[in-house]
Write a protein that binds this ligand. Structure first.
Ligand code: FES
Ligand code: FES
Length: 185
């Protein structure tokens, strides 16, 4: 089946209603006409080319499609794009200030080998951003709980926990700490 045949098939089964949605994505205002059935994940990937939003199970189990919505993590496969109207969406592309510099969270994942195939990594990095936002120090066990909604099929959880803890130290400051340049001073 071609893409257009597939789209026509979906239109037949689910209708072809569209709506205009306006939101902010990675700090940029976006207005698009979207089919009301379009998930936020598909909108981010297909309409905005933000392909760091990874689709694993597509029914709310794996967490790999996690993005931040007004600072809180959501599974973008379970939301419609139109439901995000008026809100701020962040994907992992928002983290680094430019292509040549890593965000402290990305730096920490690299230093701690907190990724293997990388499929879960955008979701893990965004979840880390969320839980580290208020500067709290977490125990390893608490970090394990906080990231437990995202499945890593490479089973590298300890290195991911180490990466979150490393990122927390960087963001809280101290010797050699990197600054989060995506936040105001
Ligand atoms: S792809 Fe959304 S939870 Fe698995
Ligand atoms: S690094 Fe492969 S799924 Fe997590």
């Amino acid at each position: 089946m071609t893409t257009s045949e597939h789209s026509t098939d979906l239109d037949t089964r689910y209708g072809s209603d569209t709506r205009t949605v306006t939101l902010r994505v990675n700090g940029r205002g976006v207005t698009r006409e979207v089919a009301t059935r379009t998930t936020l994940a598909d909108f981010l990937r297909d309409d905005l080319d933000l392909v760091s939003v990874h689709l694993g199970c597509e029914h709310g189990v794996c967490g790999c499609c996690t993005v931040l919505l007004d600072g809180g993590s959501v599974r973008s496969c379970l939301m419609l794009a139109v439901q995000a109207g008026g809100q701020e969406v962040e994907t992992v592309e928002s983290l680094s200030p430019d292509q040549d510099r890593l965000h402290p969270i990305q730096q920490a994942f690299a230093e701690e080998q907190g990724l293997q195939c990388g499929f879960c990594t955008p979701a893990m990095a965004l979840r880390a951003r969320e839980i580290l936002a208020d500067g709290k120090e977490w125990t390893d066990e608490e970090v394990r709980q906080e990231i437990s909604g995202i499945l890593c099929r490479c089973t590298g959880y300890q290195n991911i926990i180490n990466a979150v803890q490393n990122a927390g130290r960087k963001l809280r400051g101290g010797p050699g700490a990197a600054r989060d340049e995506t936040k105001g001073s």
